[in-house]
Design a binder for this molecule. Structure first.
Ligand code: AMP
Length: 458
């Protein structure tokens, strides 16, 4: 049994006169990591005040909500997908009252042994409020006999298997934690202001840029970072493992203007495009991206191949969750609402179209069809990642293996299905080479290799 947590965003700030507003801005910058629901909890006179709701950050929080979230420390969370159960309780940060007062917790990742731990805890009398895996840590900490929260975390975190970057807030402290493999990113920043200095924790550095915080370092795999009025310190709760940060953060998930795992996401994507051109060149007139996810890779492809870059498809950025469809059918209506090809650019051209990944194949099929409809002579699909052959168990929302087109279908069959003249992906080695940095040499690439760093309990 899986309890999908999916990709999410976490953010926390300690010691800021406008803490909840800073969290709001941080979550705003991290909206791409979660659009289903959002929540903020602030610490005010030893109480944890909360506001949570379904929807985008800008819709969930109004001015008066943030006014009510008083206090100088606050944490927040954006939740990604609707695949989990849609209960209000599952919106994070989760709140509990433990032995030494209230604790709130926000989690990005997926705990793979959660079903086992949950059953054990229930057998011992724990009553769970929701269905998400994050709540398990609160129960584990609550049952620990120590009266020292950091001792509890040191003892209980090693029981969790899988992916977790977390931000926690107690009655006195803000805490950041990252699993021993470091699957999901978690960065530490510093913000100087008139009333002193704040520590900031965030999923990605783009959140620091918005509030003017300075990047300090990543929270290390297996590290607990703790800050309170006595200062900041670090505790390691696990033995060093070979790090396995998620390479898919580079491929698709993280914002291109973030630095994660020691490298600029934009630079990695551009290099993947160059690598794609080196590995899979083709004679063509123009290179176009599938916007927005394919843009940096298409720029890299164009640079390495010398084929001019064009914006052959324009994306409408103002799409709501639903729209009223016409009664009469319009050809390719569904995809055209979001992506509109440009006739003047595509007509009679041999086109290389670059996207970051193919999952089920439906997007690529529609896009290739659309480009042809607009007069392209040839369409060559290039993917800036290897074939997606395995589901993620560490927090990225992917379909089951059977629904991944590359898991069940040959390259030639996929090419035929999507209707392209040629189709090629970046090799696994090419992806690794483009992603490696001074500090990070090894990754989790299970979605492309089927090699999982932990048991998956599927
Ligand atoms: P598909 O139509 O199922 O092949 O999906 C491929 C498209 O989905 C690509 O354009 C990707 O940019 C995008 N994509 C890939 N992985 C994810 C994900 N985990 N969540 C949302 N979109 C994704």
């Amino acid at each position: 049994m899986r309890s999908w947590q999916d990709e999410c965003a976490i953010f926390g700030i300690w010691n800021h006169p406008e803490a909840s507003r800073m969290v709001y801005l941080g979550l705003y910058a991290l909206q791409h990591r979660g659009q289903e629901a959002s929540g903020i909890v602030s610490l005010y006179e030893k109480m944890h005040l909360e506001h949570k709701g379904f929807g985008l950050v800008a819709d969930v929080f109004q001015e008066e909500d943030l006014d009510r979230l008083k206090g100088t420390t606050a944490i927040g969370h954006n939740r990604y997908s609707t695949t989990g159960e849609n209960q209000k309780f599952n919106i994070q940060p989760l709140k509990a009252v433990l032995f030494n007062g209230p604790v709130s917790l926000a989690h990005n990742g997926n705990i793979v042994n959660s079903h086992i731990l949950r059953r054990e805890l229930q057998a011992q009398g724990s009553i769970f409020q929701g269905t998400n895996d994050t709540e398990i840590l609160l129960h584990l900490v609550s049952r620990n006999p120590s009266n020292d929260l950091i001792e509890c975390l040191k003892a209980e975190l090693p029981k969790l298997e899988g992916a977790y970057s977390m931000v926690m807030m107690s009655q006195t402290a803000m805490v950041g934690m990252r699993d021993p493999y470091g699957f999901r990113p978690l960065v530490l920043g510093k913000l100087k202001h008139d009333s002193g200095m704040s520590w900031v924790l965030a999923s990605e550095t783009c959140a620091f840029d918005l509030i003017g915080a300075e990047f300090v370092r990543e929270i290390e795999p297996g590290e607990i970072f703790w800050c309170d009025e006595n200062g900041a310190y670090t505790v390691n709760f696990a033995e060093k493992k070979t790090p396995r940060p998620c390479v898919f953060e580079y491929v698709y998930f993280a914002r291109p203007d973030s630095r994660v795992f020691g490298k600029s996401v934009y630079e990695v994507r551009k290099e993947l495009g160059r690598q794609l051109a080196r590995e899979n060149g083709v004679d063509a007139d123009i290179v176009i991206p599938v916007p927005d996810s394919g843009v940096p890779a298409a720029l890299g492809y164009s640079e390495a191949s010398g084929i001019p870059f064009e914006l052959g498809i324009i994306r409408n950025h103002y799409i709501g969750r639903t729209f009223i469809e016409p009664k009469q059918s319009i050809r390719s209506f569904g995809v055209k609402i979001k992506l509109n090809p440009q006739l003047a650019i595509l007509k009679n051209k041999r086109v290389v179209v670059v996207d970051d990944s193919i999952v089920r194949g439906t997007t690529s099929k529609k896009i290739v069809g659309l480009i042809r409809q607009f007069g392209a002579k040839e369409v060559h699909m290039r993917i800036a990642a290897p074939p997606t052959i395995s589901p993620c168990f560490y927090g990225v929302d992917t379909p089951k293996k059977n629904d991944l087109i590359a898991a069940t279908t040959s390259l030639e069959e996929i090419r035929e299905y999507i209707g392209a003249d040629s189709l090629a992906y970046v090799s696994n080695e090419g992806l690794l080479k483009a992603s490696q940095s001074e500090t990070t040499k090894t990754f989790c690439d299970a979605c492309f290799s089927e090699t999982y760093p932990t048991p998956t309990y599927d």
